[in-house]
Ligand binder design. Structure first.
Ligand code: HEC
Ligand code: HEC
Ligand code: HEC
Ligand code: HEC
Ligand code: HEC
Ligand code: HEC
Length: 449
């Protein structure tokens, strides 16, 4: 056998190239998939926290599994837009909270953190200052609900940090977030593991390629040493690495074509999903009214101005006479306040620009959520009390409504209406918390009529 055939070798190269290309493609898809999920999440921060939690592991075995499951839902419904277990989001990472603080501190803190800060409690003041005096909202949760949130957090600690133990150590402190921070936190646990796997794969492939190139060179040397070369062997010897071959290969063209089509498809789907979305919308209002000043610093109750929010479908915008309750006395000389006077003199309402606006095809009722469901305004509207100018915090998509209905346990305590339903639910499906969707909160006709 005097002619060494190199064809199998070049096939191997092609196979290698294909593998690398496929990995690249799946990487691109993995990156693409992440934002698609956040589109329908409760809120950007919330999905970020929810993804690793669900991706990592189910709640701890043994222990009080029901309490932990309830804590999971409560956390996602109330805390996840500001907290994650292992990452700093708006508030601190909650990992280790049970060791850091006694329950006798955590419970009153969650119920009313600003009261704790005002009381001068040393730790409360310190952490409040550390997070640039951002107020955590108050929650009307029971002691037991808060305990189950802490139980859930504790059950997630070991698990979520498991895969990145060697990369990151356990607790991540505020300053330690990597440069990729924000986006990266989304898939911290599982994501890092995947990244390590991919890097290892790429390294193995590079080693393989180098080895093959060396083998090919040795073979060429062997060929060169011979006299009795036939035409094919000579051709192989004189062969230079030729890019046009790769470029002309149908396989490569197909792959490039597929990748291109996928990218275009992904972009157009994202674009289409964004149509009509107004998350982040922050128009300039006719009067420089600041929620930070009124609801934050001066702690005026939301319902003092939005008087109907606990009683009716819509939350009203206060009329000028509510402003005058105070501004007939306060800051009367300010040019902004003069605008209120002018509106009253002209008997014309102030033309506030509407921010939140669901399409008419969807039915949303404030009192059902605030009064009956006991949900804080901030869960849906974000930290209004820190906003100088209000913006739309949540996406207000159908996925956002539905996600929350799937995850939020119904506030059934002291509500006789639910007694029988809870009993029936516990009998048939006791392990799963009684959520809004167990009560039909994901049926089309509840929101569309
Ligand atoms: C709107 C954002 C926001 C929400 C929602 C929120 N928090 Fe916080 N939380 C913060 C901030 C900010 C801090 C830091 C202290 C401060 O600035 O008041 C904090 C601090 C804490 C701390 C103290 C942490 C430590 O390291 O000592 C605990 C415990 C806590 N939050 C629990 C909760 C729980 C439980 C929920 C849900 C029921 C929740 N938080 C919901 C923003 C939030
Ligand atoms: C002193 C009166 C006052 C208080 C207190 C107040 N608001 Fe407002 N709110 C207004 C006015 C006026 C507007 C319309 C102008 C604007 O958007 O800033 C408004 C607008 C809003 C909007 C946007 C409405 C839209 O156009 O979609 C939301 C959401 C909101 N407030 C929530 C809250 C929450 C939550 C609180 C309590 C933390 C609160 N407000 C406290 C007066 C008040
Ligand atoms: C419960 C009392 C109260 C109500 C009601 C109230 N405000 Fe105020 N407002 C205040 C206080 C207190 C200040 C801060 C005054 C200061 O900084 O000295 C203020 C400040 C302001 C300022 C800043 C003025 C400046 O030039 O610094 C504007 C603008 C304003 N309010 C608009 C409104 C509007 C519009 C409404 C009605 C939707 C309203 N306020 C309702 C208490 C109130
Ligand atoms: C479950 C989520 C949720 C909660 C909790 C919530 N809101 Fe809203 N809010 C919305 C949605 C959705 C809209 C848009 C409604 C629409 O366009 O019909 C809205 C609109 C508003 C508006 C504009 C006027 C209107 O009714 O359309 C104001 C003001 C407002 N909310 C204030 C509040 C206040 C104050 C609280 C707390 C007492 C609160 N919201 C709690 C979801 C929520
Ligand atoms: C933060 C969580 C949350 C979000 C976001 C949310 N909901 Fe709800 N929703 C609830 C809870 C909790 C209840 C149950 C209140 C109760 O009856 O105890 C509820 C109840 C309802 C009901 C009554 C269901 C029934 O069984 O009678 C309707 C309708 C509804 N929501 C519509 C919406 C729409 C529309 C949106 C989005 C614009 C939305 N909700 C967003 C938590 C949420
Ligand atoms: C919890 C409340 C809720 C439930 C349950 C719900 N939807 Fe929706 N749906 C909404 C909201 C809110 C919107 C508007 C979203 C937006 O503007 O992006 C919407 C939008 C839609 C749209 C898009 C309309 C358009 O113009 O883009 C369709 C179609 C739709 N819903 C169908 C359904 C069907 C079918 C079901 C039952 C399987 C269902 N919905 C259940 C809240 C709900």
């Amino acid at each position: 056998m005097n002619s060494i055939r190199l064809r199998p070798l070049s096939r191997l190269f092609l196979a290698l190239f294909l593998t690398v290309a496929t990995i690249g493609e799946s990487l691109a898809q993995a990156v693409g998939a992440a934002p698609a999920v956040s589109k329908e999440g409760v809120a950007p921060g919330a999905t970020a926290a929810a993804t690793p939690a669900t991706a990592v592991a189910p709640a701890a075995g043994g222990g009080d599994a029901a309490a932990i499951a309830a804590g999971d839902a409560l956390f996602k419904g109330n805390c996840a837009q500001c907290h994650a277990v292992n990452d700093v989001v708006v508030g601190p990472a909650l990992a280790g909270i049970a060791k850091r603080r006694p329950m006798s501190w955590i419970i009153p803190w969650v119920k009313n953190s600003s009261k704790m800060v005002a009381s001068g409690d040393e730790y409360s003041v310190k952490i409040f200052n550390q997070y640039s005096k951002q107020q955590m909202p108050s929650f009307q949760l029971s002691d037991q609900e808060i305990t189950s949130i802490v139980a859930w957090v504790t059950s997630q600690e070991g698990k979520a940090t498991g895969p990145n133990d060697n990369a990151n150590g356990t607790g991540i402190k505020p300053g330690e977030q990597g440069p990729a921070g924000g986006a990266d936190t989304a898939d911290a646990g599982a994501g890092k593991y995947m990244n390590v796997l991919l890097i290892v794969l790429v390294v193995v492939l590079i080693v393989l390629i180098v080895t093959l190139v060396i083998i090919a060179n040795i073979m060429k040397d062997v060929l060169r040493g011979r006299k009795d070369l036939d035409g094919r062997d000579r051709e192989v010897l004189e062969q230079r690495f030729d890019f046009s071959k790769i470029y002309k290969s149908t396989a490569v063209r197909t792959i490039v074509g597929v990748v291109f089509v996928l990218a275009v498809l992904y972009e157009s789907i994202q674009g289409a999903m964004g149509v009509g979305l107004q998350q982040g919308y922050q128009p300039t209002q006719p009067i420089a009214f600041s929620h930070k000043l009124h609801a934050g610093e001066h702690q005026i109750n939301c319902a003092y101005c939005h008087t109907s929010v606990y009683k009716s479908k819509s939350a009203n915008i206060p009329s000028a006479n509510i402003c005058m309750n105070c501004h007939s006395q306060i800051k009367t000389e300010s040019p902004e306040i003069k605008k209120i006077y002018r509106a009253i003199e002209r008997k014309q309402p102030i033309q506030w620009v509407r921010i939140h606006n669901l399409p008419d095809l969807a039915y949303f009722n404030h009192s059902q959520h605030t009064q009956v469901g006991g949900i804080e305004c901030q869960t849906c509207h974000g930290p209004i009390q820190n906003m100088d100018v209000v913006y739309q915090y949540s996406p207000l998509t159908m996925g956002w409504c539905i996600n929350c209905h799937r995850e939020t346990p119904l506030n059934t305590k002291g509500n006789g209406y639910y007694d029988n339903l809870v009993k029936l639910h516990d009998k048939s499906n006791g392990a799963v918390p009684f959520t809004v969707s167990s009560n039909g909160g994901t049926e089309c006709s509840k929101c569309h009529y």
